[in-house]
Design a protein around this ligand. Structure first.
Ligand code: MIG
Length: 675
């Protein structure tokens, strides 16, 4: 059951599609303090708290304080309180069981046992919000009700389940051709190559660099012949430049965010001085969305939206005042205090909290200061795109994922997990974030495989890919200046071919599970605690995942490890695909045990009386034969069955019952059967 409580005058965020009537009674479980602007819950000793989507730390969120404040911070270290998103949904599971969604577009904090170990306290910045309380039979039921309320998750085209190569640094058609050529030469499957900011003319949205991409349309077509999709990036800031039509039109029509005095707010991002389209204004949003047509017309079928927290390198005004202050330091002997002050002036230029109070939105007639609706910006940029795709190419599925997000955006696109680093700890963070993102409706997601910032290693990349083959978005991406990490840069080509090849063999299953999760408002990735709530060990597991109804994953995420300890909440069949093309299986008993995982092994666990479809090898998604699947099964009783969802991967008649078929296996089939 969902109850809705309203405090103050709540702004419409569009997160919730099916709103229950407003409750008049008292909010259960929480002490409400209007002066402090807090909601407080006293946790029982064994209560666990799940959710909060894209965030730091564990699956069980208890023991830290989180902030919903979309921020471009590329240092995802444990001491941080927020990343790029604001996902205000969590579930308390323990003495009581309930879910909470706080629909609130401003900045808020959720202290889950940080100040006091037994106290959960939500604090908002102003008292205008909607509080949804969800009760249900178990955590999965609570999540499902919530997901139904916020509407169906975004569904990408099938090719977006293929493997993608990206790097900030590909500068020309030639660079891209080279990447594709290398992959094809090594016979490592590939479906997409991403275009980062360098494809644009001086970082101007919806332009092309005429020198490095002189015949873009032909190039897109050439890549299509290679069965490669190009996926360009779009940045939130529009360059301030006379003669640039988007800038000029936006100014003329008043579509950019403005300062208090009505003049446009100018901040510097990639293109230098830039303006932010008012994504919260319907007209401006439609206008911005229409700009994607420029690239759609050239054959592009997918995009990624970046810098939409929105990220600010510096504002014109702050830079000026900092420059003036710096002048004062000239010739002075900087003591230790003034030195730090001096340093802070410059480092404080970026993403400065005060700057987010300097500009305003015109929310269809109502002027709102940005900080009050800060967390809606990236969401609405992606909504602009999503709605435009529906208008411009209604028959097509367009790939779209964003860096910043708010719940509600999950209907328009996926997200990637931002600028992680080539650290083993960030592989683990990637694993842990999958279920919490699914809880909040974000199904199409993944991290930059191999790590974005810092130098990767061959081993880290291999292990990360071994996990990444299961995440819907499977993209290798890295930052300019870091070690090159296309898989062909390393020696274990066969190993990479094998691991990425396994992704393609798994796609019939992964796609089927994705579609069922989207259509039924379910989670594709779950902590063990969600399926085995009575098992005192399972509920504590933080480094394994359940995938769909059938699999358990226990990724290796430590340097030099050639195996790991795994907890099996019940007997399962371990399946191992080795680089030499052979498959080994072994029944593993319930309990803790050590399993070997050689560097290029792909290992997962099949639950009892379950089966999954497995395709043959393919170099791209187009080559996958979804009908010619093998069944991998573990039949303990008489029979196992699987609900197999399959459609053409492009059309939108998702609900057509013909897309579902039932696959069966009996104990005799158990080894490996062909249908
Ligand atoms: O300021 O476009 O998260 O994926 O490669 C950095 C360059 C801007 C941040 C994105 C990253 C992308 C990079 N962008």
């Amino acid at each position: 059951m969902i109850s809705r409580y309203t405090y103050g005058r709540c702004m419409e965020t569009g997160a919730v599609l099916e709103k229950p009537e407003i409750e008049a009674g008292v909010l259960p479980f929480f002490a409400v303090d209007e002066n402090e602007k807090t909601f407080t819950y006293r946790m029982a000793e064994h209560d666990r708290v799940y959710g909060l989507g894209e965030n730091l730390r564990g699956m069980n969120k208890r023991g830290w304080i989180y902030e919903s404040k979309c921020t471009d911070d590329p240092n995802h270290t444990e001491d941080k309180r927020s990343l790029y998103a604001a996902h205000n949904f969590f579930v308390v599971d323990g003495t009581e069981l309930f879910g909470v969604f706080i629909d609130y577009p401003g900045i808020l904090s959720i202290d889950i046992g940080y100040t006091k170990m037994d106290t959960l306290k939500v604090q908002v910045s102003d008292w205008n919000l909607e509080f949804y309380l969800i009760t249900g039979a178990d955590v999965k039921d609570v999540v499902k009700q919530f997901r139904k309320m916020i509407g169906r998750s975004y569904i990408p085209p099938l090719w977006a389940f293929g493997y993608g190569q990206s790097r900030w640094g590909y500068k020309s058609e030639e660079d891209i051709r080279e990447v594709v050529k290398k992959y094809r030469e090594c016979q490592i499957p590939l479906d997409s190559v991403y275009l980062d900011i360098d494809y644009m003319e001086r970082f101007k949205d919806f332009t092309l660099n005429p020198e490095t991409f002189p015949n873009f349309k032909e190039f897109v077509e050439e890549m299509k012949q290679e069965r490669i999709h190009l996926v360009p990036i779009i940045d939130a800031g529009v360059k301030q430049e006379d003669g640039y039509p988007i800038y000029e039109e936006g100014i003329e029509k008043g579509y950019f965010c403005k300062k208090e005095d009505g003049t446009p707010f100018v901040a510097a991002v990639w293109p230098g001085k830039a303006l932010f389209p008012d994504m919260l204004n319907t007209e401006a949003r439609n206008w911005f969305g229409d700009q994607y047509k420029f690239l759609l017309d050239q054959g592009i079928e997918g995009f990624w939206n970046d810098m939409n927290e929105p990220s600010i390198f510096y504002t014109e005004d702050r830079l000026k005042s900092v420059m003036e202050k710096l002048d004062e330091y000239k010739g002075k002997n900087l003591d230790i205090h003034s030195f730090f002050e001096f340093q802070g002036l410059v480092s404080g230029l970026s993403n400065n909290e005060e700057d987010y109070k300097e500009f305003y939105h015109n929310m269809d007639g109502v002027r709102v200061r940005h900080d009050r609706v800060h967390n809606l910006f990236g969401y609405n940029m992606t909504k602009a795109a999503g709605e435009a795709f529906e208008r411009l190419v209604p028959e097509k599925r367009i790939l779209m994922f964003s860096r910043s997000s708010y719940i509600g955006m999950h209907r328009y696109g996926g997200i990637w997990q931002g600028d992680n680093k080539s650290w083993w700890s960030h592989l683990l963070l990637n694993i842990r974030m999958m279920p919490s993102l699914n809880m909040c409706g974000f199904l199409y997601t993944g991290a930059d495989l191999g790590g974005f910032g810092a130098d990767t290693t061959e081993e880290l990349l291999m292990r990360w890919l071994e996990f990444g083959i299961f995440t819907p978005l499977m993209r290798n991406h890295s930052a300019d200046g870091t070690r090159e990490q296309e898989v062909y840069r390393f020696e274990k080509t066969e190993g990479f071919r094998h691991v990425i090849g396994m992704r393609y063999r798994m796609i019939p299953y992964l796609y089927s599970e994705y579609m069922k999760a989207a259509l039924r408002n379910e989670m594709m990735f779950r902590p063990l605690a969600f399926d085995y709530p009575e098992d005192p060990y399972a509920v504590q597991v933080e480094d394994q995942l359940l995938l769909g109804g059938e699999l358990m994953l226990a990724p290796v995420y430590e340097q030099n490890a050639r195996g790991r300890y795994v907890y099996l909440p019940e007997e399962m069949k371990m399946i191992r695909f080795k680089q030499d093309g052979t498959m080994e299986t072994q029944i593993c008993r319930k309990g803790h045990q050590y399993i070997d995982v050689a560097l290029t092994d792909v290992v997962f666990f099949l639950r009892p009386d379950k089966l999954i479809p497995l395709a043959g090898k393919a170099q791209c998604t187009q080559d996958i034969d979804f009908d010619d699947v093998r069944l991998l099964s573990y039949v303990k009783g008489n029979m196992a069955s699987y609900e197999y969802y399959h459609d053409d991967g492009y059309g939108k008649d998702y609900e057509n019952p013909d897309h579902i078929s039932l696959l069966f296996a009996t104990a005799e089939d158990d080894q490996e059967i062909l249908r």
